[in-house]
Design a protein around this ligand. Structure first.
Ligand SMILES: [Zn+2]
Length: 743
């Protein structure tokens, strides 16, 4: 069958790559300086959790960036800071690598440095760039062994990446002061009943600097906490908005914060909190009619005779009970829109900064299904801190932002935390800086700087602070892996977690066969203790709640790094698009296990078992006679967005069918094309469908029409209950159902 041949083709390609890598390895090793006591990075060692080491405990705190315009073949001197937290002096070798995803780490140089017990030392080391470096953007990463000769690594990434070859020019907007008006206070279209209160128009979000001063013991963001947003106006703006939930009816775990000042381009700006208005209200965003500001699960809010308008927000349910889902319909939406009026209008096309200072207790958001997401407090004895999982809108319960999945700025995090606490955020760890005692932190503090060179959707921003054991791994694929878990997790469980976390490189390698190269410079896991509502695919820092991690979910969340994270959904109703692909990732994981049991990849029996497993997964779910077919995946309601099989299983098996329709090789090519086209951006449903349609093996008009009908049936149709006739009829070759007729 064509799909089996296609799969063999991919495996064959993988073998060729492995052989090539094997040939390159000795060359690379010969070309680089001695790496001292560090083993080659492909033999990533088992990590030793922070705190386990007895005599010495070494961390790299910072490494300087290469100068702008650094050239291949030249030598440079870099400053670095290393700390020995242990009780005996030590001498360690620090190695500096150049990392680019998809190529082996290049060791640039190393030097041994002696550090006294319980002290830090700044020193300088000489490195040389190789004579030939392929074009691209490279992270400069310095690593040291934390303890002994086989402990985990402590690595830091220089703040600036090294760019070899031509850069990417940023598009420049035309600056215009014509026709100034308010920015839209929603990014949803009229009639949306999925979190229509979130997102803000009139500008695009370019970059965000987050400065948290966090008192872990009392779970408070202290004065000094602020965000600095860099935005670009897409129209001339008299005023614009952000999303920020200062207080909620959840008195125990909800937020209790206040904004103290707002600066636009460094100048004081007026600000006010207002209720959202239903998107598209012809009476404007300040409509005096109270019915324009009501919550509901459905559109319209209360039936034509009551309130005929669409909802302005999704109700913040205090209970997950089905009988309570409509209990807040028709109530007034909370005033969570932070409207900012600068001293003078911002011209269209202009880049501007917004600094919002705030403080108080961050918290969780009660979602439209009654679950809570956001900033979870950990208040166990000796283990105070926080744990962040936020989907779909909980980020606004700990920081002001443009809270919409299509708003994707890049980020820097500067978290100042009590001495001994660890901050875990997205992207690359740049530095840890020790601060002298001050009013906020009488016992001293540490500022953790994390940098995400890649754009992050609103619900994927990670920022957990607590007693985390953090170690790093450096992989042959050029990716840095962060592994963090709460230090209060019992030893046996922590060891079991560690063994699973160590498989991330293997999962990435496997999933790359379908999705293409890993889209970020880092990947990682943070395992927290609080029992949050669910695990979440935080970008490059997958968050596992409740102190444990499991492989099946790990495969699901890691698949999200491509789907949801790198390529995000354009709106909440497309949650099925990325949850379906993550569920497809679970089916791939099952198929991979079947393949291994039957002889492994590349063997006829193994590859047949792989395909048969996918067929079995499809057929088993397709036989459903229950709720799988009674709601359309692209038209979910808040109450069922994350609980319905229509968000997960139905699109998940639709991708199995699509893979059989297109053929395995074409299916993977379609995925990889979409990864490239919509990289660090978001995708709409028509774009998704066109992305697959472009890879039909027989792209005739009738085949395109049948595929279009396939998408309508699988993504957009709600059927009467019962299954059978009342479910999608078009499937794929070799699957139950009518198959795909066009060939
Ligand atoms: Zn998911």
């Amino acid at each position: 069958m064509p799909c089996v041949v296609g799969r063999l083709g991919r495996v064959g390609l993988g073998l060729v790559l492995l052989v090539l890598l094997g040939m390159l390895a000795p060359l690379a090793a010969g070309a680089r300086p001695a790496v001292g006591s560090l083993p080659p990075p492909e033999r990533s060692p088992a990590s030793t959790p922070r705190g386990v080491a007895s005599g010495t405990q070494v961390d790299l705190l910072r490494v300087a960036s290469l100068p702008l315009g650094a050239r291949a073949g030249h030598a440079y001197v870099l400053g670095a800071v290393v700390r020995n937290g242990g009780s005996v002096p030590t001498r360690r070798r620090v190695v500096v690598f150049l990392l680019r995803v998809g190529s082996r780490p290049l060791a640039l140089g190393s030097s041994a440095v002696g550090v006294a017990a319980r002290s830090s030392r700044a020193y300088r080391m000489r490195i040389r760039l190789p004579r030939v470096v392929a074009d691209g953007s490279y992270a400069l990463v310095a690593c040291v062994r934390r303890a002994g000769t086989d402990g985990g690594l402590s690595c830091v990434t220089a703040e600036d990446h090294l760019r070899i070859g031509p850069g990417v020019a940023l598009p420049r907007g035309r600056v215009s002061a014509d026709g100034c008006s308010s920015g839209a206070r929603s990014l949803s279209s009229s009639g949306s009943d999925l979190y229509p209160e979130t997102g803000n128009g009139g500008y695009s979000s370019v970059h965000t600097d987050v400065f948290l001063d966090y008192d872990a013991a009392d779970n408070l963001l202290l004065p000094g906490t602020h965000v600095m947003l860099t935005d670009q106006a897409t129209q001339c703006l008299t005023d614009f908005s952000l999303d920020f939930e200062r207080t909620s009816t959840n008195a125990k775990d909800g937020p209790d914060m206040s904004v103290t000042s707002v600066l636009v381009n460094g100048q004081p700006a007026r600000f006010a909190f207002v209720q959202p208005t239903y998107p598209g209200d012809p009476n404007g965003q300040n409509d005096p009619d109270p019915r324009a500001h009501e919550a509901s699960q459905l559109n319209p809010v209360g039936g034509p005779e009551n309130n005929p308008f669409p909802p302005a927000c999704t109700p913040e349910l205090m209970s997950t009970k089905p009988g309570k889902q409509d209990s807040l319909d028709g109530t007034q939406c909370p005033a969570n829109k932070l409207v900012i009026t600068p001293a003078k209008p911002i011209p269209g096309g202009a880049t501007f900064t917004v600094a919002v200072a705030y403080s108080g207790r961050p918290g969780v958001h009660n979602d439209g299904d009654g679950t809570t997401e956001g900033w979870f407090r950990n208040s166990q004895p000796n283990d105070a801190g926080s744990f962040v999982t936020t989907e779909p809108v909980g980020s606004e319960d700990w920081m002001p932002l443009n809270d919409h999945p299509s708003a994707k700025p890049t980020y820097d995090f500067y978290d100042t935390v009590p001495l001994g606490k660890t901050a875990i955020a997205n992207g690359e760890l740049v530095s840890q800086t020790a601060n002298a005692p001050d009013v906020n932190f009488p016992g001293g503090s540490t500022t953790w700087h994390w940098h995400s060179p890649e754009a992050i959707a609103s619900y994927l921003v990670e920022d957990s602070i607590g007693s985390f054991d953090l170690t790093e791994r450096l992989a042959a694929s050029g990716i840095v892996y962060y592994e963090a878990q709460d230090s209060s997790i019992p030893k046996n469980q922590a060891a079991a977690n560690q063994a699973i976390m160590n498989m991330q490189e293997d999962i990435v390698t496997f999933q790359s066969m379908f999705n293409g190269p890993f889209p970020f410079t880092t990947d990682g896991v943070v395992i927290g203790v609080p029992s949050a509502s669910f695990e979440e695919e935080m970008q490059t820092q997958i968050a596992f709640a409740g102190g444990t991690i499991d492989l099946d979910t790990f495969n699901h969340e890691n698949m999200h790094q491509w789907w949801g994270d790198n390529v995000s959904e354009a709106n909440y109703n497309l949650t099925f698009f990325k949850e379906g692909l993550a569920t497809f990732g679970e089916y791939l994981y099952m198929a991979r296990n079947a393949q291994s049991a039957a002889g492994g990849p590349g063997t006829p029996a193994g590859d047949a078992a792989f395909e048969n497993s996918l067929i079995k997964s499809f057929d088993a779910a397709y036989a459903d006679t229950g709720s799988l077919w009674t709601a359309a995946p692209s038209d979910p309601h808040p109450y069922t967005l994350f609980s319905g099989a229509t968000t997960y299983v139905r699109p998940g098996i639709a991708y199995i069918a699509l893979r059989r329709i297109l053929g395995a090789a074409n299916f993977a090519a379609a995925l990889q094309q979409m990864q490239a086209t919509y990289r660090q951006a978001s995708i709409t449903e028509p774009e998704l469908e066109a992305g697959f349609s472009a890879f039909l093996p027989h792209p005739t008009q009738s085949c395109r029409a049948e595929l279009s009908q396939f998408f309508t049936e699988w993504f957009d149709t709600a059927y009467p209950s019962g299954g059978g006739e009342n479910r999608p009829q078009i499937t794929g070759p070799g699957l139950d159902g009518a198959g795909f007729q066009c060939s």
